[in-house]
Ligand binder design. Structure first.
Ligand code: NAP
Length: 287
């Protein structure tokens, strides 16, 4: 006889071809002794509203939200947490009694990753942030919340970076921010920053000519994080490491954002090492 899992969580996106979240959360539920199950749900945009209501009807506890719905779910939520509101995106939903509440755990994931991995305290630090997409927004707001002194946002599309600057200027007046183009002009900024964050796919490029700045800018004084986790070491990270920088990939951010969602749904501290092991085995197995 099939054993009925008592509670259900999942991830919604479209297309949802591969996700590491099911393996991570299912191992975590089992580890803490919860008879819960986490599964992927491919939801088409025209069905999003009905799907969110339907999940409530069948007693789903929580969802992760991935591309392209991190903004699009917002109109269907009853409440949205302060940080998610600032970032303008939701990656975690909690069904509580008759309310649907939205959170964003990407920033918490990022901060926990740098604090645990690097022992990096963001207060009074100067950051060069490459990229201005959804992940960069979450990173910028969380760093500003943690008291970062300044954030230089380098992006291909100026307006996207300017949107982030506007959020920082409006809500975090102590955090200076500046928008620059993602080209060789950013070389000059490396020497004055403590941490460099790559939140674009350029970390994957292995041809240096395609990279719009010089890898020689990395020094042993830098903390360098690339949000990409597949591959585990991008060319960007490899070159930073060769120059003596302390480096980290996006794996810890992925795990800690998942851990924060797990805590929201279960009110239990997530088993971080179990989640990490599950993901590393999955990534290695896929190669
Ligand atoms: P997104 O919203 O689509 O933003 C993509 C960013 O990359 C934008 O700044 C975009 O610039 C830039 N970009 C794209 N192609 C580029 C190119 N050819 N040259 C220069 N810049 C380019 O994506 P996202 O969700 O922020 O994700 C960004 C990265 O973070 C991805 O690699 C993703 O895998 C990673 N990520 C990791 C985690 C984690 O938990 N570790 C979580 C979320 C995302 P424009 O503004 O000019 O388009």
């Amino acid at each position: 006889m099939t054993k009925i899992k008592q509670k259900l969580c999942g991830i919604i996106g479209y297309p949802l071809t591969h996700s590491l979240s099911p393996i991570m959360h299912n191992k975590a539920f089992a580890d803490v002794g919860l008879d819960w199950f986490y599964m992927p749900f491919t939801v088409k945009e025209e069905d999003l509203k009905d799907a969110l209501k339907g999940f409530k009807a069948i007693g789903v506890i929580g969802l992760n939200v991935t591309m392209p719905y991190k903004k699009k779910v917002i109109p269907y939520l009853d409440e949205i947490a302060h940080y998610a509101n600032l970032v303008g995106a939701v990656n975690t939903i909690h069904y509580i009694e008759d309310k649907i509440v939205g959170y964003n755990t990407d920033g918490r994931g990022f901060i926990d990753a740098i604090t645990e991995g690097f022992k990096f305290i963001s207060e009074d630090k100067k950051i060069l942030l490459i990229g201005a997409g959804g992940a960069a927004r979450a990173v910028a707001v969380s760093l500003a919340m943690e008291g970062a002194k300044s954030i230089i946002i380098a992006n291909r599309t100026f307006e996207h970076a300017n949107d982030i600057k506007e959020i920082l200027d409006n809500h975090f007046s102590k955090c200076e921010s500046k928008v620059v183009s993602l080209d060789k002009s950013i070389n000059q900024y490396f020497k004055n920053v403590d941490m460099i964050v790559n939140a674009t796919p350029i970390g994957m490029y292995d041809n240096e000519k395609e990279i719009p700045f010089s890898f020689n800018n990395f020094t042993e004084n830098h903390y360098v994080i690339d949000l990409i986790y597949k591959p585990l070491q991008t060319e960007f990270l490899k070159r930073a490491k060769e120059r003596g920088a302390k480096t980290a990939n996006g794996l810890d951010m992925l795990i800690y954002q998942g851990a924060a969602a797990f805590k929201i749904w279960t009110n239990i501290d997530a088993p971080i090492e179990v989640m990490k092991k599950a993901i590393i085995e999955e990534i290695k197995g896929a190669n």
